[in-house]
Design a protein around this ligand. Structure first.
Ligand code: NDP
Length: 433
């Protein structure tokens, strides 16, 4: 905090991890003696750069670009790029820090990183987005590589942006390598990558529910967000017989009384991914309720899947969820619940999964995309989905293994310790670097 006083999200992420790691570190003093904690909170490298581009009116615009290379202890840096006006160094350090533990949990050999820009793709033409992506990559390309650092998508970076970024990387490096994941299937992408985070989150929640002999069938499920993660979480919930009762965006919450239909999901996909419109349009189109400026957590539900952004679920929201009888919260987004909200869930003894465990499906399939690229192979949808499912089950198993507490599973503790041990052991083996 003394070194970086203006990075509250990063401090929050570190505090959450340290709280659950502390007793484990006391029982295993060799990690502290080797200075693992002091090292793990400091990025190996952070790059900050100017991104100049020309808008459709011919004006020069300047944004700031970043790449935080947090840890390469167990593999090349790996983590998404976020394009959103709220992006700054502290936000990316929090995301990169979380990514280190998450990637370790997948059991695949990937270190942790994160990057992005304060560029806002909303309201920009395809041409503007392309020129921005090309300028961004013109600096980033010298810092990344298939065996060095492999970025992917995140908020504001989907298939369109990855395509533009990849095209520019290929042109500058004169090589067709697996330097980005989330690529289109036509040029090296993996099937199931778009679906992976949302599906994985629901698979993880399913495992948690099984421990209490519950399932998604017939449950009311509140989802926040309406982007990549929310879309595929919603689809999988519907497939498993659950009712998706909400979606949201930064303007408010769409209430889907009685549950979303397949026709409504198809409309959502076109609205968000093709027309790049707002949820309020969906409310008008189907005659649904839209609560402007509100989050979904006041709606009565059995299961909550926060899939939008950090700190979108605070203590009041947590109390509202508990009061309405919510039995399970699985995070699709990164750190959507505040520390106070997490405490309330854990105290109440409901099933609560932190994002680093429940949203690891995205990066896991990114890891599988890297494997397919390296082998020059293309796995079928079924093969990738089966591997995703079994990775989410094994993450759940690891959380249970390390998180057992008074006959219950503390998934926060389980995920943090399980993610930490592999990285820390690799650091011990590699000396003070
Ligand atoms: P998208 O850009 O596809 O969608 C983001 C959604 O969240 C939109 O509905 C957006 O609404 C909403 N949102 C974003 N910022 C805010 C904000 N400040 N306040 C309210 N709503 C907001 O992103 P993704 O679906 O890919 O990512 C969502 C979350 O999941 C993020 O936390 C991301 O880090 C995490 N995640 C994503 C992975 C992936 O594979 N994509 C992997 C693991 C985690 P609006 O359109 O109004 O901005």
């Amino acid at each position: 905090k003394r070194r970086d006083p203006d990075q509250p999200e990063f401090h929050q992420a570190v505090e959450e991890v340290l709280r659950s790691l502390w007793p484990f570190l006391e029982a295993n003093p060799h990690y502290r003696q080797a200075g693992i904690l002091e090292r793990i909170v400091e990025p190996e490298r952070a790059i900050l750069f100017r991104v100049p581009w020309v808008d459709d009116q011919g004006r020069v615009q300047v944004n700031r670009g970043y790449r935080v290379q947090m840890s390469s202890a167990i593999g090349p840096y790996k983590g998404g790029l976020r394009f959103h006006p709220s992006v700054n160094l502290g936000v990316l350090k929090f995301l990169a820090f979380e990514q280190v533990f998450k990637n370790s949990l997948t059991s695949l050999p990937m270190g942790g990183g994160k990057g992005g820009s304060d560029f806002d793709p909303k309201g920009k033409s395809d041409g503007e987005v392309m020129r921005f992506c090309q300028s961004f990559m013109t600096e980033l390309y010298r810092h990344i590589g298939a065996d060095l650092d492999v970025p992917a998508g995140d908020i504001g970076v989907g298939g369109r942006e990855i395509g533009f970024l990849f095209g520019q990387y290929k042109r500058l490096s004169n090589q067709f390598t697996s330097v980005l994941t989330g690529k289109g299937v036509a040029y090296g992408g993996s099937l199931i990558r778009p679906e992976a985070t949302g599906y994985g989150c629901v698979y993880f929640a399913e495992e948690m529910l099984k421990t209490r002999r519950e399932s998604f069938d017939g449950k009311r499920v509140a989802i926040s967000g309406s982007g990549n993660v929310a879309q595929y979480a919603a689809l999988k919930v519907m497939e498993l017989g659950g009712q998706v009762i909400s979606l949201s965006d930064s303007d408010g919450t769409l209430f889907l009384e009685g549950g979303m239909t397949r026709a409504q999901w198809d409309y959502l996909m076109d609205l968000k991914n093709v027309r790049r419109g707002r949820l309020s349009e969906m409310a008008l189109h189907f005659g649904l309720q839209f609560y402007a400026g509100q989050r979904p957590w006041h709606l009565a539900c059995d299961i909550a899947l926060p899939c939008a952004t950090q700190n979108e679920l605070d203590a009041d929201d947590a109390r509202a969820l508990l009061k309405s009888g919510c039995i399970c919260v699985a995070e699709g987004a990164n750190m959507p619940s505040t520390l106070e909200a997490v405490d309330l869930f854990v105290e109440a003894g409901i099933l609560y999964a932190p994002g680093k465990a429940s949203n690891a499906g995205g990066v896991a399939v990114s890891g599988l995309e890297m494997s397919q690229n390296a082998m020059r192979l293309h796995w079928s949808e079924g093969e990738v989905d089966t591997k995703l499912h079994s990775i989410m089950q094994s993450i759940h198993h690891a959380c249970v293994n390390y998180g057992e507490e008074n006959g219950q599973v503390n998934y926060v503790k389980g995920a943090n310790i399980a993610g930490f041990v592999k990285v820390a052991d690799a650091m011990l083996a590699q000396g003070v670097v």
